[in-house]
Design a protein around this ligand. Sequence first.
Ligand SMILES: Nc1ncnc2c1ncn2[C@@H]1O[C@H](COP(=O)(O)OP(=O)(O)OP(=O)(O)O)[C@@H](O)[C@H]1O
Length: 252
Amino acid sequence: MADTLAGCGVCYRRQGRSVLNGVDLKLCQGDLVSLLGANGAGKTTLLRLLLGFEAPHGGEVRLNGAAMAGQNRRRIARAVAYVPQAHAAPFPYRVDEVVALGRLPRSGLFGPPSQHDRALVAATLERLGIAHLATRPYTALSGGERQLALIARALAQEARLLIMDEPLSGLDYGNQIRLLDQLGRLAADGFGILMTTHHPDHAANCSTRVAVLIDGRIERDGPPAEVVTIDTIHRLYGVRVPQDRLRFRLAP
Ligand SMILES: Nc1ncnc2c1ncn2[C@@H]1O[C@H](COP(=O)(O)OP(=O)(O)OP(=O)(O)O)[C@@H](O)[C@H]1O
C-alpha cells in the first residue's frame, strides 16, 4: 500500500499567538511538493508537526489514514524520514557511518550494521552518485555533498516519504540544480517529497505541486503553473515581479 501523510485542519500556537490555523496538506508517494511561505510563516513548525516531533493544538496529522498521535516512533520512522539542513556534524564520522544511522529504526540500536545494512548503504550512496565519498569524513564534505549524504541517510531508512527543510539553502547554483534533478528522480521512483524553499522559481520548475502557506493556512495548493503567479508572489512576499521574470527563462 502506498504511504500517505496528511495534515488535517492542523492548528498550532506559540506563546498565545496562532502560528498555524487549520492547515490541510497531503503528501503521497510520487509527489514532489514545494512549500512556500515568507520568513516566520510557520513552514518549519508545520514540518515538525507532520513528522510527529510535536503534537498540534488542533486538528490532527494522519499517517496512512490513521492518527499519528500515539503511533510507535519506529513505525513512523519506517514511513517518514526527515532530511535536515546540512549542518556540520560535531564528530568526523565517515559518510557511510552517517548513512548507516538511517538503519536504526529498522535494525535497532544494538550491534554493528548487518551485511544487509552495509549493502543497502553502499547501494544508496551509489544511487545518489556519492559512492566515492563513502570513507570520507562527513565534516570534510561540501554543503552539497553533505545534503546528499543526509538524503542518503533518509533513503537508507527505507521510508518512502521524505520531509526536507530548505534543502537548497546554502548550496551554490550548480548544486541546487543537481539536487533538484535528484529529487525529481526520487519522486519519479515513487518517493513522496515535501520540501520548504524560498525559491519560487525552483518550486515552479521542479515540483509536481506547490503549496502556499499564508496567515497560518494553505492558501493555494496545486500545479506549479497555476500556483506560482505574480499574485501569489505578491501575497507571499509583498513584491510585484514583472511577468517576464516569472517565466524563469534563461538566455541560451
Ligand atoms: N523556539 C521558538 N520559540 C518561540 N517562537 C518560535 C520558535 N521557533 C519559531 N518561533 C516562531 O514561530 C513562528 C513560525 O516559525 P517557523 O520557524 O515555523 O517559520 P518558518 O516559516 O520556517 O520561517 P523561516 O522561513 O524564517 O525559516 C515564527 O513567528 C517564529 O518566530
